[in-house]
Design a protein around this ligand. Structure first.
Ligand SMILES: Nc1nc2c(c(=O)[nH]1)N[C@H]1C(S)=C(S)[C@@H](COP(=O)(O)OP(=O)(O)OC[C@H]3O[C@@H](n4cnc5c(=O)[nH]c(N)nc54)[C@H](O)[C@@H]3O)O[C@H]1N2
Ligand SMILES: Nc1nc2c(c(=O)[nH]1)N[C@H]1C(S)=C(S)[C@@H](COP(=O)(O)OP(=O)(O)OC[C@H]3O[C@@H](n4cnc5c(=O)[nH]c(N)nc54)[C@H](O)[C@@H]3O)O[C@H]1N2
Ligand code: SF4
Ligand SMILES: [Mo]
Length: 908
């Protein structure tokens, strides 16, 4: 039961410092925060001890939120309209922007029909934003072409739950982490992606030393390193592994026959199907030793309470639904569901992907967990919305929506709170689709999102912490999001923008529908939305903003109180109340390795960045953890393909090429490669990582296989290279210098965390650029006039430094004689005086390698920690002397790894 938490909302204190209770805007953990602000400035963000999901804890990203709040040109401050002829944008006021959007939409609907319009939204919208977008799409425009980036994220979890348990409802609560005896973590790097839950898990294990943790991940991630058993599955092969675990459970009679007989259907057919998946047979498919499969099966089945936590390693797959189902099967077969410490618990990625599922703002969903192919459901929703009907033509899920755009079946797309020009797979197609659209509306909060380059109309959105509404986290907990400061410029809350445009569209095409959008505030939208859940599995029709003020965050279903755990009576959300097994088969990923593409590439997250970095890229503390994109390769593969550590390498997939530095990484399985998903084309040459990935999707969920494509790698031998650094505001510098990201095989422009901050550029090509071009580069870098210069223009050599106030302001090293090491150790402590640079410029010495930040909260570098370890310090001593690991604690895993790797090494 949710204990009522007496929470006061916005407290005024005497010195005018306001405290606002809200929720962190990043991951689906949904940590409660206390925002302290004064005027329009956020002074601090700290964990809310009263919030039941995090009890005051925050990770590095949550702690660093204040550093991401800027009210300058890093934000989209005004609406802008592009002139199609000239490509130039002009600033317009909001009324004109609403008129333009409404005219484009109504004309398109009238002339080309409702199916020519698409809405592509985001798991980062608030429930109220989804609700109004959904109503606009389905009953005003008259299309089901509404989908969100949750298609790239949670849709396999949705279909997995629905096909087994009957409803899209994660049955467990975070407190089950503290009550489990075995925890199976599949395809999730919680230590990075859900750090506060990972900390809860580590604390739980300290209190319950018998707890067993199994991690299934092709990489030996920080999460896997904390496990008692790491199963390094071959990417994509989880179904074979889960089937083999079930095979062991059946063979060793570890299943719960009584549970299966009383509460489930379909087990015999599945039992037949898994017969061939003996551990020995599965070993060859999934790459996990048979003995480990047996051990995992026993730990899972024999513990008193087994909980599974899983995310993108299962969902982002062409067999994502089957992966989810075959894991849920293990819970049903052993009765590990509906009791404390048990259940298949899918962790949501984005802060309100759950809310989007509840609001049904996706092509394959309707509000209140209803189904658009069901005519009764359509009619129910239409009636509750006060409309006649909802169209029956199926809508396009995300990937298909961009295909439809490319093929002109969709002509106008409205994109909000997602950055598809970086996050959708197969970027060549996605970008072409946006280019070929009749009109693209982009509703965005941050000014440097890649997708803005494709916008005809840019609408300025308010963002956290400027918005009011609700979000639902992974454990079905609905929390209030509250505004601490006003939005800058003309930016408006997303729902308000939709409301204005919808009312104008209604006036043009269906005046009787204008009244459907006359909400006074978020509370009214929520009330209408909550009513749509009445009588459904998630029922929270008794909930309102007033009740949330009284009780604090609560878990659905909610009648008089919340529900921490589902299916406690073992009645499932299927028509006959019985859970369903299905005889799903194992299907290999869409692309298979070949002589030409011998490696499997997977992609994912880093600890301190959020997706396409529009927000985390602004934080001086967060950018330090990992500063630039690299491809991680196993040392044995690097040896095979003659690739040096840190050397540049060409990565080829069937769709694109990308040149990146290689990083030797023993945490990978041989034959596998990893590239983080975060850096897009504003940071590097090419279309970003998703130039390489493909758009093939899971047949049931429509989720693309972002976790697997095959690649070839080859050492890249540059003929000419340059490294440069410019002091100043990285965002501004990046805008000025971004033209230098094209025309080179490899180019990056990345903000710098330490030293003098600023922007770092690195370029490489196979031909020496024309002298005129290099002159232009030097001018753009601000080093046309240098204090020190050693140039040989004929050979493209420029070694230059410009100083101001006795400190380096710009430096550039360019030439054919830069060896790879110079190019890589391209770092100087930019706060030092210029003299130490001279030998470097003269080519007589290499630069010293720079330190990297480990502890983001307190700015402690790897060099400092290593020094401490080498002088004999253990974790408590390091914490005490250096302060590292004492903030959010997200870096403790990394510090422990450094201790285990370097302890005992003599002081240098
Ligand atoms: N720091 C940070 N945290 C985040 C986010 C962020 O951008 N940054 N984003 C949020 C969002 S939206 C999401 S969806 C979540 C994602 O959270 P996670 O799913 O935990 O993150 P990923 O790194 O995408 O992928 C998890 C792991 O899947 C593994 N994997 C790859 N292929 C397979 C496979 O075939 N089988 C198995 N079993 N594992 C495989 C990868 O090696 C990787 O370690 O994170 C949320 N939290
Ligand atoms: N290769 C690869 N690709 C992936 C993944 C992967 O693992 N590998 N993961 C996929 C997953 S799980 C996800 S969730 C997606 C995430 O992909 P995206 O959704 O594209 O990522 P974000 O950077 O979070 O984009 C959110 C956008 O909304 C803007 N924004 C922020 N707040 C607001 C607001 O309040 N209103 C409006 N209108 N805009 C706002 C931000 O500036 C940003 O541009 O990426 C997917 N793509
Ligand atoms: S775990 Fe970190 S990113 Fe996720 S909600 Fe909590 S503080 Fe925010
Ligand atoms: Mo996600």
């Amino acid at each position: 039961m949710d204990a009522p938490v007496p929470v006061p909302l916005v407290q005024m204190t005497t010195d005018e410092i306001r405290v606002t209770l809200s929720v962190c805007c990043y991951c689906g953990t949904g940590c409660g925060v206390r925002i302290q602000s004064k005027g329009e400035q956020v002074l601090s963000v700290e964990g809310d001890r009263a919030h039941p999901s995090n009890a005051g804890l925050l990770c590095s990203k949550g702690m660093a939120l204040p550093g991401t709040i800027r009210r300058d040109t890093t934000r989209v401050l005004h609406a802008r309209l592009r002139d199609r002829q000239t490509g130039q944008y002009r600033q317009i006021d909001m009324a004109e922007a609403f008129d333009v959007a409404a005219k484009v939409i109504s004309t398109t609907v009238r002339e080309a029909g409702p199916q020519s319009m698409g809405f592509y939204l985001s798991g980062q919208l608030l429930t109220e934003d989804y609700a109004i977008f959904n109503k606009m799409a389905r009953v005003l425009v008259g299309t089901n072409n509404i989908d969100t980036n949750s298609r790239l994220c949670m849709s396999s979890a949705v279909s997995g739950y629905k096909m087994t348990l009957g409803a899209d409802a994660p049955p467990a609560s975070y407190e089950d982490i503290e009550l489990a005896d075995t925890v199976l973590i599949a395809g999730s790097n919680m230590a990075y992606a859900h750090p506060v839950l990972f900390r809860r898990l580590m604390q739980a294990r300290q209190l319950r030393p018998h707890m067993k943790i199994i991690v299934i991940d092709p990489r030996n991630t920080d999460t896997a390193q904390a496990a008692d058993l790491h199963l390094a599955v071959t990417p994509g092969a989880d179904v074979a592994l889960f089937h083999a675990m079930l095979n062991v459970m059946v063979w060793e009679n570890l299943i719960d026959h009584d549970y299966i007989a009383r509460y489930t259907d379909g087990f015999p057919a599945l039992k037949d199907r898994i017969r061939e998946f003996t551990p020995a047979a599965a070993e060859g498919v999934c790459g996990v030793a048979a003995a480990d499969i047996v051990k995992a099966a026993r730990w899972f089945a024999q513990s008193a309470a087994t909980l599974s936590l899983y995310t993108m390693g299962l969902n982002q797959s062409s067999s994502g639904t089957a992966k989810n189902m075959s894991l849920i099967h293990l819970h049903l077969a052993t009765g590990h569901i509906g009791r404390p410490g048990t259940g298949p618990f899918s962790l949501t990625g984005q802060p309100n992907a759950m809310g989007g599922r509840e609001a049904g703002a996706m092509a394959t969903l309707l509000p209140g967990h209803r189904d658009p192919v069901n005519p009764v459901h359509r009619q129910e929703v239409a009636a509750l919305w006060g409309a006649d009907s909802i169209p029956d033509t199926p809508g396009h899920p995300a990937v298909a929506m961009f295909d439809a755009l490319l093929e002109k079946r969709i002509r106008v797309i409205w994109i909000a709170a997602t950055n598809p020009a970086q996050s959708l797979p197969d970027q060549t197609r996605v970008r072409k689709a946006m280019q070929s659209a009749d009109f693209v509306i982009v509703q965005e909060a941050f000014a440097d999102a890649e997708t803005l380059a494709y916008a005809d109309l840019i609408l300025p959105a308010a963002t956290w912490p400027e918005k009011e509404g609700t979000v639902t986290n992974s454990e079905r907990r609905i929390s209030r999001v509250r505004a601490a400061i006003a939005a800058p410029g003309d930016a408006l809350a997303d729902w308000k923008i939709v409301q204005q445009v919808a009312q104008r569209v209604a006036r043009q095409i269906a005046p009787e529908k204008e009244a459907l959008f006359s909400y006074a505030d978020e509370a009214q939208i929520f009330a209408e939305h909550a009513a749509l859940t009445a009588g459904r599995d998630l029922d929270y029709s008794a909930l309102s903003f007033d009740v949330l003020e009284q009780l604090g965050p609560v878990q659905w279903p909610f009648t008089q109180s919340g529900t921490p755990r589902l299916y406690t009576n073992h009645v499932f959300a299927t028509p006959n109340g019985r859970a369903r097994f299905a005889a799903v088969g194992y299907v290999a990923p869409v692309e298979n390795i070949s002589a030409h593409f011998p490696l499997r590439l997977t992609t994912g997250r880093l600890r301190d960045h959020w997706h396409t970095m529009t927000r985390t890229g602004l934080s001086q503390t967060l950018i330090g953890h990992v500063e630039e994109p690299v491809v991680h390769l196993h040392p044995s593969d690097m040896a095979r393909y003659r690739i040096g550590d840190q050397a540049l390498v060409t990565i080829r997939s069937r769709r694109a090429r990308l040149v990146l530095p290689a990083q030797a990484d023993e945490t990978l399985k041989p034959g596998c490669a990893f590239v983080p998903m975060h850096w897009g084309s504003r940071f590097m040459a090419g279309d970003g990582i998703n130039g390489l990935t493909h758009g093939a999707t899971d047949p049931d969920s429509g989720q693309p296989e972002l976790k697997h494509c095959v690649i070839g790698v080859q050492a890249y031998q540059p003929v000419w290279q340059a490294v440069a650094w410019v002091r100043g505001d990285a965002v501004q510098l990046q805008r000025q210098l971004s033209i230098w990201l094209s025309g080179f095989d490899y180019a990056i422009a990345v903000p710098v965390a330490t030293g003098g901050g600023g922007l770092r550029l690195r370029l490489a090509t196979r031909t020496v650029p024309e002298p005129a071009r290099l002159k232009h580069l030097l001018a753009d870098l601000g080093i046309a006039d240098a204090d020190v210069a050693f140039d040989d223009p004929a050979r493209g050599i420029y070694r230059r430094v410009r100083c101001s106030d006795g400190r380096v302001a710009v430096y550039c090293l360019a030439g054919t004689d830069l060896n790879a090491e110079v190019a890589l150790n391209d770092w100087v402590d930019t706060d030092v005086r210029p003299e130490p640079l001279l030998p470097v410029l003269l080519g007589k010495s290499q630069m010293k390698e720079r330190a990297r930040i480990v502890c983001a909260c307190n700015g402690v570098t790897d060099a400092q920690i290593l020094h401490g370890i080498r002088s004999g310090m253990d974790l408590p001593a390091l914490k005490q002397t250096l302060n590292c690991g004492t903030g959010c604690g997200s870096c403790v895993v990394q510090i422990n790894q450094m201790i285990s790797r370097h302890a005992g090494v003599e002081a240098l």
